[in-house]
Write a protein that binds this ligand. Structure first.
Ligand SMILES: O=P(O)(O)OC[C@H]1O[C@H](O[C@H]2O[C@H](CO)[C@@H](O)[C@H](O)[C@H]2O)[C@H](O)[C@@H](O)[C@@H]1O
Length: 256
């Protein structure tokens, strides 16, 4: 953190969305960005080299759940684990893989055969997520789904990305670590801070460690995922704690 405080103009700040900038809620479509996050990111952005949201969500969805983020100067959203990028009001995205609609078409029958009709599907375009948060037995449903979804993903050239009571079928070849590393190089970062809450953020933590730069990893803590806290430099209390930390950083930059 010392390097970031000394030289904010060289710092890149990477932030996950769900569970980090947006509190976890039962319905993925009902998630909203923390009310103070857009203003905080705008203020932070005035001091640092770049602020990027690095998320498993499509960028368009992030902007739907946090419309005020569109007004944050210079903000970049690396969505779908880095496959899609939003910047300056434009989305850059390669064509979605054919395996996703094929896997999605097979899901209802598979879920039915497993007796798991109460799980929720999230069509993400470039991926499809199976959520168990609102099931009668969320952990049991997740365990029952792991093997059949892995087989379905393999059949259609996809991989399974595990998350908070969710298993997502998505294309391989990209993760938050690759996305963050490429962004650090692009911006010639001199230091980096990344905050996340979920298993998909571990790749970004690894990218911070291997960047060859002074780096800070922040865990947006929850009782649901403990792996990140063990590997983080700083643990804060959920999105409220993340926003408070970013505010403190901005105040420190303003004072110096
Ligand atoms: O990379 P992220 O920004 O953390 O996105 C990861 C997944 O987040 C979303 O699911 C999670 O948040 C939901 C809303 O709070 C919650 O209902 C769900 O249980 C969580 O797993 C999102 O729906 C997924 O598409 C993202 O991949």
């Amino acid at each position: 953190m010392e390097a970031i405080l000394k030289d904010p103009a060289g710092a890149v700040i990477g932030l996950d969305f769900d569970g980090t900038l947006s509190p976890i809620v039962p319905d993925p479509d009902a998630a909203v960005v923390h009310s103070e996050a857009p203003r905080t990111l705008a203020e932070l952005g005035r001091h640092v080299r770049a602020v990027a949201i690095v998320t498993g969500r499509p960028p368009a969805k992030v902007l739907e759940l946090g419309p005020a983020l569109k007004e944050v100067p210079g903000l970049v959203i690396l969505g779908h684990y880095g496959f899609e990028r939003w910047e300056d009001g434009r989305i850059c995205a390669p064509p979605p893989p054919a395996g996703v609609p094929r896997a999605k078409a097979e899901l209802p029958l598979l879920l039915d055969s497993l007796g798991l009709a109460d799980v929720a599907l999230e069509d993400k375009g470039r991926a499809v997520a199976v959520h168990t948060r609102r099931s009668a037995d969320p952990e049991g449903a997740l365990a029952a789904l792991r093997e059949p979804l892995t087989a379905l993903a393999a059949k259609h050239g996809l991989v399974v990305e595990p998350g908070r009571l969710v298993l997502e079928l998505r294309p391989s070849g990209m993760d938050k670590g690759h996305a963050l590393s490429a962004f650090l190089a692009e911006r010639a970062a001199r230091s980096v801070l990344f905050a996340g809450d979920d298993l998909g953020d571990l790749a970004a933590f690894d990218a911070v460690r291997s960047a060859g730069l002074p780096g800070v990893t922040v865990c947006s803590g929850s009782a649901e995922v403990t792996e990140l806290a063990d590997r983080a430099d700083i643990v804060v209390d959920g999105p409220e704690g993340v926003v408070a930390l970013l505010r403190e950083l901005t105040s420190a930059f303003s004072r110096s």
